[in-house]
Design a protein around this ligand. Structure first.
Ligand SMILES: Cc1ncc(COP(=O)(O)O)c(C=O)c1O
Length: 281
Protein backbone atom coordinates (compact mmCIF):
# COMPACT_ATOMS: atom_id res chain seq x y z
CA UNK A 1 0.00 0.00 0.00
CA UNK A 2 1.35 3.43 -0.94
CA UNK A 3 -0.12 6.95 -0.78
CA UNK A 4 -2.07 7.87 -3.92
CA UNK A 5 0.60 10.32 -5.10
CA UNK A 6 3.38 7.69 -5.14
CA UNK A 7 4.60 6.78 -8.66
CA UNK A 8 3.92 3.08 -9.34
CA UNK A 9 4.21 2.73 -13.13
CA UNK A 10 7.19 2.68 -15.48
CA UNK A 11 6.96 5.21 -18.29
CA UNK A 12 7.44 2.42 -20.85
CA UNK A 13 4.49 0.39 -19.54
CA UNK A 14 2.27 -0.62 -22.46
CA UNK A 15 -0.77 0.36 -20.44
CA UNK A 16 0.44 3.95 -20.74
CA UNK A 17 1.97 3.79 -24.22
CA UNK A 18 -0.83 1.88 -25.94
CA UNK A 19 -3.77 1.60 -23.58
CA UNK A 20 -2.87 -2.09 -23.77
CA UNK A 21 -4.44 -3.72 -20.76
CA UNK A 22 -7.72 -4.40 -19.00
CA UNK A 23 -9.47 -2.91 -16.01
CA UNK A 24 -12.53 -3.17 -13.80
CA UNK A 25 -14.22 -0.49 -11.72
CA UNK A 26 -16.10 -1.68 -8.64
CA UNK A 27 -18.28 -0.05 -6.01
CA UNK A 28 -16.76 -0.21 -2.54
CA UNK A 29 -19.43 -0.37 0.13
CA UNK A 30 -19.87 -1.59 3.73
CA UNK A 31 -19.37 -5.36 3.92
CA UNK A 32 -21.78 -5.76 6.86
CA UNK A 33 -18.93 -6.82 9.17
CA UNK A 34 -17.59 -3.35 9.95
CA UNK A 35 -15.31 -3.13 6.91
CA UNK A 36 -15.53 -2.18 3.23
CA UNK A 37 -15.52 -4.55 0.26
CA UNK A 38 -15.85 -4.40 -3.53
CA UNK A 39 -19.43 -5.18 -4.56
CA UNK A 40 -19.90 -8.03 -7.10
CA UNK A 41 -16.18 -8.85 -6.99
CA UNK A 42 -16.59 -12.35 -8.48
CA UNK A 43 -18.53 -10.98 -11.44
CA UNK A 44 -15.89 -8.30 -12.07
CA UNK A 45 -13.05 -10.82 -11.86
CA UNK A 46 -14.88 -13.05 -14.33
CA UNK A 47 -15.31 -10.16 -16.75
CA UNK A 48 -11.66 -9.17 -16.38
CA UNK A 49 -10.62 -12.74 -17.22
CA UNK A 50 -12.89 -12.68 -20.29
CA UNK A 51 -11.49 -9.30 -21.43
CA UNK A 52 -7.91 -10.51 -20.91
CA UNK A 53 -8.54 -13.72 -22.85
CA UNK A 54 -9.88 -11.71 -25.79
CA UNK A 55 -6.68 -9.63 -25.74
CA UNK A 56 -4.32 -12.60 -25.30
CA UNK A 57 -3.22 -11.12 -21.99
CA UNK A 58 -2.05 -13.58 -19.32
CA UNK A 59 -3.47 -12.43 -15.97
CA UNK A 60 -2.10 -13.47 -12.58
CA UNK A 61 -4.07 -16.15 -10.73
CA UNK A 62 -7.59 -15.03 -9.85
CA UNK A 63 -6.86 -15.39 -6.13
CA UNK A 64 -3.99 -12.91 -6.40
CA UNK A 65 -6.30 -10.35 -8.05
CA UNK A 66 -8.98 -11.03 -5.47
CA UNK A 67 -6.45 -10.44 -2.71
CA UNK A 68 -5.25 -7.20 -4.33
CA UNK A 69 -8.80 -5.86 -4.59
CA UNK A 70 -9.61 -6.85 -1.01
CA UNK A 71 -6.38 -5.28 0.27
CA UNK A 72 -7.17 -1.96 -1.42
CA UNK A 73 -10.79 -1.96 -0.22
CA UNK A 74 -9.73 -2.79 3.33
CA UNK A 75 -7.85 0.53 3.55
CA UNK A 76 -11.00 2.46 2.64
CA UNK A 77 -13.22 3.83 5.41
CA UNK A 78 -16.16 1.47 5.91
CA UNK A 79 -18.77 4.24 6.02
CA UNK A 80 -17.81 6.02 2.78
CA UNK A 81 -18.67 4.62 -0.64
CA UNK A 82 -15.72 4.41 -3.01
CA UNK A 83 -14.69 3.42 -6.53
CA UNK A 84 -12.09 0.68 -6.78
CA UNK A 85 -10.16 0.25 -10.01
CA UNK A 86 -8.33 -2.98 -10.67
CA UNK A 87 -5.90 -2.59 -13.58
CA UNK A 88 -3.69 -5.09 -15.43
CA UNK A 89 -1.49 -3.93 -18.30
CA UNK A 90 0.74 -5.85 -20.70
CA UNK A 91 3.72 -4.54 -18.73
CA UNK A 92 6.97 -2.85 -19.71
CA UNK A 93 7.46 -2.77 -23.47
CA UNK A 94 10.79 -4.57 -23.74
CA UNK A 95 9.82 -7.33 -21.31
CA UNK A 96 6.41 -7.80 -22.93
CA UNK A 97 8.09 -8.66 -26.21
CA UNK A 98 9.39 -11.82 -24.57
CA UNK A 99 6.24 -12.59 -22.59
CA UNK A 100 7.34 -10.56 -19.54
CA UNK A 101 5.13 -9.98 -16.51
CA UNK A 102 1.93 -7.96 -16.62
CA UNK A 103 1.60 -4.91 -14.36
CA UNK A 104 -1.30 -5.00 -11.89
CA UNK A 105 -2.41 -2.39 -9.39
CA UNK A 106 -5.56 -1.22 -7.63
CA UNK A 107 -6.72 2.26 -6.63
CA UNK A 108 -9.65 3.47 -4.55
CA UNK A 109 -11.17 6.92 -4.96
CA UNK A 110 -14.19 8.82 -3.69
CA UNK A 111 -17.25 8.89 -5.97
CA UNK A 112 -17.30 12.04 -8.10
CA UNK A 113 -19.92 14.74 -7.59
CA UNK A 114 -21.31 14.38 -11.14
CA UNK A 115 -21.85 10.66 -10.60
CA UNK A 116 -23.70 11.25 -7.34
CA UNK A 117 -25.83 13.94 -9.00
CA UNK A 118 -26.68 11.59 -11.89
CA UNK A 119 -27.80 8.96 -9.40
CA UNK A 120 -29.82 11.45 -7.38
CA UNK A 121 -31.33 13.73 -10.04
CA UNK A 122 -31.28 11.69 -13.24
CA UNK A 123 -29.63 12.74 -16.49
CA UNK A 124 -30.20 14.33 -19.86
CA UNK A 125 -28.56 12.32 -22.63
CA UNK A 126 -27.72 12.95 -26.26
CA UNK A 127 -27.47 10.10 -28.74
CA UNK A 128 -24.26 9.95 -30.76
CA UNK A 129 -23.29 7.49 -33.46
CA UNK A 130 -20.72 4.82 -32.70
CA UNK A 131 -19.95 4.86 -36.42
CA UNK A 132 -20.71 1.26 -37.33
CA UNK A 133 -23.75 -1.05 -37.53
CA UNK A 134 -24.78 -2.95 -34.39
CA UNK A 135 -23.43 -6.27 -35.72
CA UNK A 136 -20.06 -4.98 -36.96
CA UNK A 137 -17.96 -5.85 -33.91
CA UNK A 138 -19.17 -9.45 -33.72
CA UNK A 139 -17.57 -10.14 -37.10
CA UNK A 140 -14.39 -8.23 -36.21
CA UNK A 141 -13.00 -9.45 -32.86
CA UNK A 142 -9.99 -7.13 -33.21
CA UNK A 143 -12.33 -4.21 -32.54
CA UNK A 144 -12.53 -5.66 -29.01
CA UNK A 145 -16.29 -5.47 -28.67
CA UNK A 146 -17.29 -6.56 -25.16
CA UNK A 147 -13.76 -6.04 -23.83
CA UNK A 148 -13.06 -3.63 -20.97
CA UNK A 149 -9.66 -2.55 -22.28
CA UNK A 150 -7.67 0.42 -21.02
CA UNK A 151 -8.29 2.17 -24.37
CA UNK A 152 -11.10 4.40 -23.11
CA UNK A 153 -10.08 7.57 -24.96
CA UNK A 154 -13.06 7.20 -27.35
CA UNK A 155 -15.43 6.65 -24.42
CA UNK A 156 -14.15 9.80 -22.71
CA UNK A 157 -14.23 11.81 -25.96
CA UNK A 158 -17.87 10.74 -26.47
CA UNK A 159 -18.78 12.09 -23.06
CA UNK A 160 -16.86 15.35 -23.60
CA UNK A 161 -18.59 15.79 -26.95
CA UNK A 162 -22.09 15.66 -25.48
CA UNK A 163 -21.15 17.58 -22.33
CA UNK A 164 -20.22 20.44 -24.66
CA UNK A 165 -23.82 20.27 -25.94
CA UNK A 166 -25.07 20.85 -22.40
CA UNK A 167 -26.25 17.34 -21.50
CA UNK A 168 -24.99 14.94 -18.85
CA UNK A 169 -24.10 11.78 -20.75
CA UNK A 170 -24.00 10.09 -24.14
CA UNK A 171 -26.03 7.20 -25.49
CA UNK A 172 -24.18 5.41 -28.27
CA UNK A 173 -26.34 4.54 -31.27
CA UNK A 174 -25.30 2.11 -34.00
CA UNK A 175 -25.09 3.28 -37.60
CA UNK A 176 -28.28 1.31 -38.25
CA UNK A 177 -30.19 3.21 -35.59
CA UNK A 178 -30.15 1.07 -32.43
CA UNK A 179 -29.43 2.42 -28.97
CA UNK A 180 -26.51 0.38 -27.59
CA UNK A 181 -24.98 1.60 -24.31
CA UNK A 182 -23.42 4.63 -22.64
CA UNK A 183 -19.64 5.16 -22.82
CA UNK A 184 -19.40 3.96 -19.20
CA UNK A 185 -22.83 2.41 -18.56
CA UNK A 186 -25.42 -0.16 -19.64
CA UNK A 187 -28.85 0.74 -21.01
CA UNK A 188 -31.86 -0.73 -19.16
CA UNK A 189 -35.49 0.14 -19.82
CA UNK A 190 -38.84 -1.05 -18.51
CA UNK A 191 -41.87 -1.97 -20.62
CA UNK A 192 -44.82 -3.09 -18.49
CA UNK A 193 -43.44 -5.68 -16.10
CA UNK A 194 -40.32 -6.41 -18.16
CA UNK A 195 -36.84 -5.07 -17.54
CA UNK A 196 -34.99 -4.93 -20.86
CA UNK A 197 -31.38 -4.53 -21.86
CA UNK A 198 -29.40 -4.75 -25.09
CA UNK A 199 -28.01 -8.18 -26.09
CA UNK A 200 -24.26 -8.43 -25.62
CA UNK A 201 -22.89 -11.00 -28.04
CA UNK A 202 -24.65 -9.71 -31.17
CA UNK A 203 -23.72 -6.06 -30.57
CA UNK A 204 -20.23 -6.02 -29.03
CA UNK A 205 -21.35 -3.87 -26.08
CA UNK A 206 -19.71 -4.44 -22.71
CA UNK A 207 -21.55 -6.99 -20.55
CA UNK A 208 -22.45 -4.76 -17.58
CA UNK A 209 -22.23 -6.45 -14.19
CA UNK A 210 -24.80 -4.12 -12.60
CA UNK A 211 -27.44 -4.63 -15.29
CA UNK A 212 -26.77 -8.39 -15.32
CA UNK A 213 -27.21 -8.57 -11.55
CA UNK A 214 -30.46 -6.60 -11.75
CA UNK A 215 -31.93 -8.56 -14.64
CA UNK A 216 -30.88 -11.94 -13.22
CA UNK A 217 -32.80 -11.03 -10.07
CA UNK A 218 -35.76 -9.33 -11.76
CA UNK A 219 -38.12 -11.86 -10.15
CA UNK A 220 -37.26 -10.38 -6.73
CA UNK A 221 -38.93 -7.20 -7.96
CA UNK A 222 -41.89 -9.05 -9.46
CA UNK A 223 -40.53 -8.46 -12.96
CA UNK A 224 -39.18 -10.52 -15.84
CA UNK A 225 -36.08 -9.80 -17.92
CA UNK A 226 -35.49 -9.59 -21.66
CA UNK A 227 -32.70 -8.73 -24.08
CA UNK A 228 -33.64 -6.96 -27.26
CA UNK A 229 -32.68 -4.25 -29.69
CA UNK A 230 -34.28 -0.84 -29.23
CA UNK A 231 -34.35 2.53 -30.98
CA UNK A 232 -34.17 5.89 -29.18
CA UNK A 233 -37.79 6.57 -30.26
CA UNK A 234 -38.95 3.36 -28.57
CA UNK A 235 -37.03 4.30 -25.43
CA UNK A 236 -38.89 7.60 -25.22
CA UNK A 237 -42.15 5.60 -24.91
CA UNK A 238 -40.87 3.13 -22.25
CA UNK A 239 -41.98 3.01 -18.59
CA UNK A 240 -38.55 4.07 -17.38
CA UNK A 241 -35.08 4.25 -18.93
CA UNK A 242 -31.82 4.06 -16.98
CA UNK A 243 -28.07 3.96 -17.41
CA UNK A 244 -26.51 1.51 -14.96
CA UNK A 245 -22.95 1.00 -13.80
CA UNK A 246 -21.06 -0.20 -10.79
CA UNK A 247 -20.30 3.23 -9.36
CA UNK A 248 -23.21 5.34 -10.60
CA UNK A 249 -25.69 2.60 -9.73
CA UNK A 250 -28.89 3.75 -11.42
CA UNK A 251 -29.20 7.04 -13.32
CA UNK A 252 -32.67 7.75 -14.68
CA UNK A 253 -32.91 9.29 -18.14
CA UNK A 254 -34.94 12.50 -17.93
CA UNK A 255 -34.50 13.43 -21.58
CA UNK A 256 -33.14 12.00 -24.83
CA UNK A 257 -31.99 14.48 -27.49
CA UNK A 258 -34.14 17.17 -25.87
CA UNK A 259 -37.32 15.05 -25.65
CA UNK A 260 -38.37 15.02 -22.00
CA UNK A 261 -39.11 11.67 -20.38
CA UNK A 262 -41.63 11.57 -17.52
CA UNK A 263 -40.19 10.80 -14.07
CA UNK A 264 -40.34 7.04 -13.60
CA UNK A 265 -42.08 5.74 -10.47
CA UNK A 266 -39.74 2.72 -10.59
CA UNK A 267 -36.35 4.37 -10.16
CA UNK A 268 -36.26 4.39 -6.36
CA UNK A 269 -37.08 0.70 -6.21
CA UNK A 270 -34.24 -0.19 -8.58
CA UNK A 271 -31.81 2.03 -6.69
CA UNK A 272 -32.85 0.49 -3.40
CA UNK A 273 -32.61 -3.08 -4.70
CA UNK A 274 -29.06 -2.46 -5.90
CA UNK A 275 -28.10 -0.89 -2.57
CA UNK A 276 -27.53 2.67 -3.77
CA UNK A 277 -29.88 4.43 -1.37
CA UNK A 278 -28.46 6.77 1.27
CA UNK A 279 -24.84 6.11 0.39
CA UNK A 280 -23.02 9.15 -0.90
CA UNK A 281 -25.66 11.84 -0.55
C1 LIG B 1 -18.76 0.73 -21.97
C2 LIG B 1 -19.37 0.34 -20.66
N1 LIG B 1 -20.59 -0.25 -20.67
C3 LIG B 1 -21.18 -0.61 -19.52
C4 LIG B 1 -20.58 -0.39 -18.27
C5 LIG B 1 -21.28 -0.80 -17.01
O1 LIG B 1 -20.65 -1.93 -16.47
P1 LIG B 1 -20.72 -2.27 -14.92
O2 LIG B 1 -22.15 -2.35 -14.54
O3 LIG B 1 -20.03 -3.58 -14.83
O4 LIG B 1 -20.01 -1.18 -14.20
C6 LIG B 1 -19.32 0.19 -18.23
C7 LIG B 1 -18.67 0.40 -16.94
O5 LIG B 1 -17.85 1.24 -16.73
C8 LIG B 1 -18.70 0.57 -19.44
O6 LIG B 1 -17.49 1.14 -19.44
Amino acid sequence: MVPADTPVLRADDLGVLRGDGVFETMHVRPDGRGGAAPWLLDEHLARMARSAARMDLALPAEDALRELAALAAAQWPADVEGALRLVCTRGAEAAAATGGPVTCFATVNPIGAATLAARRDGIAVATISLGYPAGARTAAPWLLGGVKSLSYAINMASQRWVLAQGVDDALWVSEDGYALEGPTSTLVWRTGDVLNTVPVETTGILPGTTARHLLDNAADLGLTAAERMVTPAELAAADGVWLLSSVRGVAELRSIDGTALPASPHTEKLRGYLGFTNLGY
